[in-house]
Design a protein around this ligand. Structure first.
Ligand code: ATP
Ligand code: MG
Length: 563
């Protein structure tokens, strides 16, 4: 039995689908995701994909990927490729059900002709400015076009000549004949077709008239036999038009459009238009900049697709509401997944030299380190240990406060998986800056435990200086410093809300040698520092790491303290 039909459905859409199957209103479930190929998919799209595809999967139905490529001016073949790659990465496979609205141009044209024939559409000679001026407002009815009642034969002739390229863009459009006084604005004789003299990425110059979204979308759904057309809430006003077109043409397949609340996330912009600006104006390095909310940015940052899907499932589907989910909730999903799956490694971001005075100059010991304490199958690895090490600068204080359990003069600490060491001396440069710490080690404590059971509170990570690999680490913070970046005061710009410190590059980090062998794209945990992915910019000689998330939600804690 399909999971979705067991017990109580998780949300109102699943409830509708379950009812439709139970009552026999629908024989099966077919959904689709209909992106416009005009940008890279982002986490908002991932949410819509998880809703559409997740529901089809749960109810044993099928799902389609359909590119809504009805606007030749903004679409690029590149985006078609990228979207497919990224949706596959998310873990969905539409099999043979890949479609393009442009494949239906012939059928859509025939439907438009039929609509004119039935007296439901007319060719209008008003300019777009004139049409807009007559549209009316929420409180005022619109004005009918003087061409509204031209004879059907005349509209048929003009529409055919529009298609033949006789007229210039903007001189004529095809409009539905519905109701200029309708309280639903999209129903005020909406434009269905317009003249566009531009090459299309798939149909070339075959067409010079193109259908508008509202016309193409419902008919594409109907052509494909979609049962439930699930979309975000801004389409709610378009539902009457969706139904009107299908009813007016007496289409046999009439899918049900159902709207759900959009996903918004704090400190995040999910508008392709703004994301495109960030790319074009150089605020980020590209669509796949790890700070971007795009799927390619997240992949590069090290976010596992499974974390993205479990986040979308946790957020859940609601009917209405302008909700804004905390970015910290997303980070928590990522952390939870990576804690289970990412292997641990040691690395030092801000190095301080430690010399173990009583450790033999030439000795190198291989310490056995656990790869993932959450996953026994991940096994262990050997990490070289020698007389000179790097530790984190923050892990040493010359005058420590009472609760500081890391390294300090006279204090014994554990070097993870290695030995207990005691700090004996601090060396400084001319400016009084600590440049080196000298220690002694207790050879009886190999592995990190004292045979006499004496207690040592602090445990530090380390890297053998002689064996370490030099690396660059890119530390990311929120891209926008305010919760709702799209809220911009008069005269301001959304880019004013960018966080000027969203990236910090640490260029002198040291990593244990095994990291050099890992492939770009691998995500690991640097012990005590966070989760990191290996960036394709790096090489085995000089790895580049992206910080995916910190180990704990330090940012939320700071917020609490501050507020
Ligand atoms: P943008 O606003 O970024 O331009 P869009 O909605 O115009 O996005 P489309 O390619 O038209 O982009 O979107 C395809 C589908 O993705 C739409 O059906 C839309 O409902 C859904 N979608 C886009 N953003 C979100 C979001 N933030 N939450 C839920 N669904 C979304
Ligand atoms: Mg859109």
């Amino acid at each position: 039995m399909a999971a979705g039909s067991e017990s109580r459905p998780r949300d109102f859409i699943r409830q509708i689908v379950a009812d439709d199957l139970r009552t026999g209103k629908r024989a099966g479930v077919v959904t689709r995701f209909p992106p416009e190929p005009n940008g890279y998919p982002h986490i908002g799209h991932a949410f819509a994909i998880c809703v559409n595809y997740g529901i089809a999967e749960e109810f044993g139905g099928r799902y389609h990927l359909r590119f809504d490529d009805t606007n030749p001016a903004t679409e690029e073949a590149l985006f078609v490729e990228v979207m497919q790659r990224d949706i596959r990465w998310l873990g969905f496979d539409w099999g043979e059900h890949l479609y393009f609205a442009s494949d239906y141009f012939g059928e859509l044209y025939a439907s438009a002709v039929e609509l004119i024939r039935r007296g439901h559409a007319f060719v209008c000679d008003l300019s777009s400015a004139e049409i807009a001026a007559r549209r009316g407002t929420l409180t005022e009815p619109g004005q009918e076009s003087p061409y509204r009642d031209r004879p059907v034969e005349e509209s048929l002739d003009l529409f055919e000549r529009m298609k033949a390229g006789e007229f210039e863009p903007g001189t004529r459009v095809l409009r539905a004949k519905i109701d200029m006084a309708s309280s639903i604005l999209p129903n005020r004789d909406p434009v269905l077709y317009r003249i566009v003299k531009a090459s299309h990425h798939r149909t070339g110059d075959a067409w010079c008239i193109y259908p508008l979204y509202d016309f193409a979308h419902c008919l594409s759904d109907s052509i494909e036999g979609i049962t439930h057309s699930l979309c975000s809430i801004e389409f709610v006003d378009h539902r009457p038009l969706y139904d009107w077109i299908l009813d007016s043409l007496e289409r046999e397949c009439h899918p049900q459009q159902i709207e759900f609340a959009r996903l918004n996330i704090t400190h995040t912009v999910l508008s392709k238009r703004v994301l495109l600006r960030l790319v074009n104006e150089g605020y980020v390095s590209g669509w796949d900049d790890p700070r971007m909310p795009t799927l390619s940015g997240m992949r590069r940052r090290g976010v596992p697709p499974t974390a993205l899907r479990s986040f979308c499932a946790d957020v859940g589907v609601t009917r209405v509401g302008d909700r804004r989910v905390q970015l910290a909730k997303f980070d928590a999903s990522v952390r939870e997944e990576l804690n289970r799956t990412a292997e641990r490694r040691m690395g030092v971001l801000r190095p301080l030299k430690v010399v173990i005075e009583n450790y033999p100059e030439d000795l190198v010991e291989e310490m056995e380190c656990v790869n993932n304490p959450e996953d026994a199958a991940a096994g262990t690895r050997r990490v070289p240990f020698s007389r000179e090490l790097w530790i984190e600068r923050d892990d040493f204080l010359e005058d420590p406060p009472r609760k500081f359990f890391r390294m300090a003069p006279g204090r014994e600490v554990r070097l993870r998986y290695a030995y207990l060491v005691t700090c004996t001396e601090v060396r400084k440069d001319a400016d009084g800056e600590v440049v080196e710490v000298r220690c002694t080690y207790d050879p009886e404590t190999r592995g990190g435990d004292a045979p006499d059971g004496r207690r040592v509170k602090g445990t530090l990570h380390w890297v053998s200086a002689r064996h370490a690999v030099a690396a660059e680490a890119r530390l990311y913070e929120i891209l926008f410093s305010v919760e709702n970046p799209m809220a911009v005061p008069e005269g301001g710009d959304v880019t004013d809300n960018l966080n000027p410190d969203s990236i910090e590059v640490v260029d002198a980090a040291w990593l244990e040698p095994s990291v050099a062998a890992l492939d770009p794209g691998t995500t690991l945990q640097l012990e005590r520092l966070g989760y990191f992915s290996l960036d394709p910019d790096g090489s085995p000689e000089r790895p580049v790491l992206n910080r995916t998330v910190t180990l704990r939600d330090t940012w939320a804690k700071l917020q609490k303290k501050g507020g």
